[in-house]
Unconditional design. Structure first.
Lengths: 285, 585
């Protein structure tokens, strides 16, 4: 759980993602929907059911017809935080980093008046109800703390099954991308649902530079599958090439589709290094 | 391909051990990783780049397995079959020169090694005959297919102190070759060479000094001759008499020179031994022995009063003559020779040699026939013994008035077809019978008479001082018979005692032999003689060339053991394994 001091520092920040508010309860995000805020937008004739408080009586006096005064309404935005909770995330501090990021985004979103839904990918696929208001922050924390990374991640399958409503919103996907069915379709699927997608790619330093030598048996933490390998210089080169392919591929894919992408290492201090990295790419500010 | 040590196959168990170690080692190094995704992609990429990557993964394992395999093979001592095939005769020169040593090995041991290598290269079904060529040719093993027996026969050979009848051995082998198609004949010798067989030379030229002879005079001086078959050298001679060192001398001899030295020995010495103090290639000819002869005195009983006969017998100074009658003679004891002139006793004495002149009854198997009148001059028979007994006789103008032809025995003198003088030997007892009375002949007046008597005496009573001459090892020795002896035996230089028959064949050892006659109620009579190494074998400076197929191929053709090559390959694999593990690490 994030410290009180860090939360107070977050009070000065907000999510700067550019997703438009989509209506509903009023929030701090400017919506395309016309509402009750002070910023005037247009008039339209009254229709039964409209809020009589929005009638423009001056217009009625001049034109003898009932008009509603329309304003750009400041509405709340749906923020979906998709958290990879498969077994691979349990390795070497990745889960702690992912949990911290989810709390950070949850806090910023709830404090900004947005609605937040947390989804655990992999395992039993749990998710929270729509949370709103600062008071729900603790519910989000409890949800995150209850999750134990387990099971195998199939990112495309799991994302497509998510009950994310089609509609404008922000989706933050926190994962190590260790999914055999790739990540492209999953991200596209979110984009099709009008989500402003940001991919937070969390890896451990060991994954970046594995310390292995000689003949080893590597066991997949998710599937239990194992491989016997003779660790040679050539094999390590091939591994780094594969890793580079994954990183570059994900970054390029996101960039080409105007998605956010940021790579975070599990040994980063979330309150300093991770927050600075998030600020640098404009996710928070 | 053959394996000389099949039990080495147990070494293949190392393959199982290595496999087990690999399995155990693999279990101990497991790592749990978040995902195999990237590793699988890496492996796919690597295998796409290098088709043999999978092989490389286990290359250490394969190298170590190959190493263990080669080591096990080396343990089994693999050998390629080579050299001779089928049926083979191996001839070994067992002459004294094969005792010459170089680098701690004798020439015979070198020959045995080369022969063993030849046998190692043989296959099942090949048969081998081993001929030992000493003074006589001996078949040690005949056409054996059991190669272990062949090796035992080869390894059991020992060089003698005599010569080698290599020609006889080769002739025997060539006789076999006439009946056995494709028979290989391989001779191992330091000197023998022949173009029609395969001869394997053993040994290299070496320096040697040898004692050629030793004699001791009555003046107490030993005369010794020494030959230097090598470079200039000083030869130290040590002389012992009856086991006590009594004199020594140093001879400076140039290369190839033969010198002599006089050494002082006590006058009454029974045995003298001279040896060369320095070590050289051949030790067997560095010692020489001398045994003083002890003269024996024979007792002869002359029955009758024939003066001519008495004078002729008395010429031998080792015969003590007793004059008596035929009747009294039978009662005398310890008589070595009875001479009966005419009358014979009722019963012939049981022991002792006999000379009977015109006997009236049979002597041994010689019987008198019907009396006859003179008809001509006697002549000598042509048989070997007759020639020996009539040696130096003129047999001219001899007149015999009356005689009795003899029947039986071996004829010595004949008159026409009839026998005038006959000899016989029965159970070691000798007899000479004259078929006429000396009074009826002019023979005693002739110079032939004492010669004939001495010839007969030398056969009947050999001179004890010249009974057995010193000889060379391997030579067969004739043992003089003594009809009075109840037992005759020979004590060999090794101390072993053999019962003596007519001949002594076991003369392989150098040294002093003692011939011992044992009498009933009388002291033993001893006669010593020395046997020495064949002098011709002492010159070991020249070594004959090898010839034939074996010589051309040398030992390489004699079936080659591959163990050194297997070990070399092991070493190479070991280095490769070290390099690969270094690179993998």
């Amino acid at each position: 759980m994030l410290s009180e001091g860090f939360l107070r520092r977050l009070d000065a920040l907000r999510l700067t993602l550019r997703a438009p508010a989509q209506g509903g309860a009023g929030g701090l995000r400017r919506s395309k929907a016309l509402g009750t805020s002070v910023e005037f937008s247009d008039f339209r004739e009254y229709a039964p059911g409209d809020d009589p408080r929005r009638l423009d009586w001056n217009a009625y006096a001049r034109f003898d017809r009932l008009f509603l005064k329309l304003f750009m309404e400041e509405q709340e935005t749906q923020v979906n935080i998709l958290l990879d909770a498969s077994t691979s995330m349990a390795e070497r501090g990745k889960w702690e980093m992912a949990q911290g990021l989810a709390q950070l985004f949850g806090y910023l979103a709830l404090r900004g008046g947005d609605r937040v839904t947390l989804y655990a990918l992999g395992g039993d696929g749990r998710y929270t109800p729509s949370l709103s208001g600062r008071a729900d922050y603790m519910r989000a924390v409890r949800f995150l703390e209850d999750i134990r990374p387990a099971g195998e991640l199939r990112l495309c399958r799991d994302v497509q099954r998510l009950p994310v409503k089609a509609g404008r919103g922000i989706t933050l996907l926190i994962t190590d991308l260790m999914s055999p069915d790739g990540h492209e379709k999953a991200l596209q699927s979110l984009q099709y649902r009008k989500q402003e997608v940001t991919l937070l790619h969390v890896l451990s330093p060991w994954e970046m530079e594995p310390e292995l030598e000689g003949m080893v048996r590597l066991i997949d933490s998710e599937t239990g599958e194992n491989r016997e390998l003779l660790i040679s210089g050539d094999l390590m080169k091939a591994y780094h090439a594969a890793l580079e392919g994954l990183l570059k591929g994900a970054e390029t894919f996101c960039h080409d589709r105007e998605m956010g992408y940021i790579r975070l290492l599990s040994d980063m201090d979330i309150e300093v290094e991770a927050l600075r990295a998030l600020s640098r790419v404009g996710i928070v500010g | 391909m053959r394996f000389l040590f099949p039990a080495g196959a147990w070494g293949f168990a190392a393959l199982l051990v290595i496999t087990a170690l690999y399995l155990l080692r693999r279990r101990s190094e497991s790592f749990t990783v978040p995902s195999l995704l990237l590793w699988q992609r890496a492996m796919a990429e690597q295998q796409a780049m290098k088709p043999f990557q999978k092989l490389k993964k286990n290359i250490l394992f394969f190298i170590q397995m190959a190493l263990a395999l080669l080591l096990a093979l080396a343990l089994m001592r693999p050998a390629v079959s080579g050299g001779v095939r089928g049926e083979t005769v191996l001839i070994f020169d067992l002459s004294a020169s094969m005792q010459a040593r170089e680098n701690g090995l004798s020439r015979l041991e070198l020959a045995q090694r080369r022969a063993d290598a030849l046998v190692d290269g043989m296959r099942e079904g090949d048969r081998v005959t081993v001929l030992a060529a000493g003074d006589r040719v001996e078949i040690k093993l005949s056409r054996s297919g059991d190669l272990s027996r062949v090796r035992s026969a080869i390894d059991g050979l020992q060089a003698g102190n005599g010569g080698a009848d290599m020609d006889g051995a080769v002739s025997l082998a060539q006789a076999m070759a006439r009946d056995i198609e494709g028979l290989n004949i391989v001779a191992f010798s330091d000197t023998y060479a022949a173009s029609d067989i395969q001869a394997v030379r053993t040994g290299t030229p070496a320096d040697n000094r040898a004692l050629l002879s030793l004699s001791v005079g009555a003046d107490g001086q030993a005369f010794v001759r020494v030959a230097n078959y090598g470079r200039d050298a000083a030869v130290t001679l040590e002389c012992s008499a009856d086991g006590e060192l009594c004199d020594m001398a140093v001879l400076e001899l140039a290369e190839g020179e033969t010198g002599s030295a006089l050494l002082r020995v006590p006058a009454d010495s029974e045995t003298v031994r001279v040896n060369i103090a320095e070590t050289d290639a051949l030790a067997a000819d560095n010692t020489r022995w001398y045994a003083a002869r002890q003269a024996s005195v024979y007792r002869a009983a002359l029955c009758g009063d024939n003066v001519f006969l008495e004078k002729a017998v008395s010429l031998r100074d080792d015969i003590m003559l007793l004059r008596t009658t035929a009747r009294e003679a039978a009662e005398l004891e310890n008589i070595d020779l009875y001479i009966f002139d005419g009358e014979l006793p009722q019963a012939l004495p049981e022991h002792g040699a006999l000379i009977c002149l015109a006997p009236d009854s049979a002597v041994l198997d010689i019987a008198p026939g019907n009396a006859a009148e003179y008809g001509g001059n006697p002549r000598a028979d042509t048989a070997d013994l007759a020639r020996r007994l009539t040696q130096n006789l003129l047999l001219e103008d001899i007149a015999i008035r009356r005689y009795t032809p003899l029947l039986g025995g071996q004829a010595v003198l004949r008159l026409g077809d009839e026998v005038l003088l006959s000899v016989a030997e029965e159970d070691g007892r000798k007899a000479a019978v004259l078929g006429f009375d000396l009074h009826d002949s002019n023979l005693p007046m002739k110079g032939d008479f004492p010669v004939l008597v001495q010839n007969l005496l030398s056969w009947l009573l050999p001179d004890s001082r010249q009974a057995i001459q010193d000889g060379t090892c391997g030579q067969m020795i004739a043992i003089p018979a003594d009809s009075r002896a109840v037992r005759t035996d020979v004590v060999l230089p090794s101390g072993k005692t053999l019962a003596a028959e007519q001949t002594l064949e076991d003369t392989a050892d150098q040294g002093i032999y003692t011939l011992r006659y044992t009498y009933d109620g009388q002291p033993d009579r001893l006669s010593r003689f020395a046997m020495h190494m064949e002098n011709a074998e002492s010159d070991v400076r020249s070594v004959g060339p090898s010839s034939g197929a074996v010589a051309l191929g040398g030992t390489a053709n004699a079936g080659r053991e591959l163990t050194p090559w297997a070990l070399l390959a092991c070493l190479a694999l070991l280095l490769l394994e070290w390099e690969v593990s270094r690179r993998v690490a």
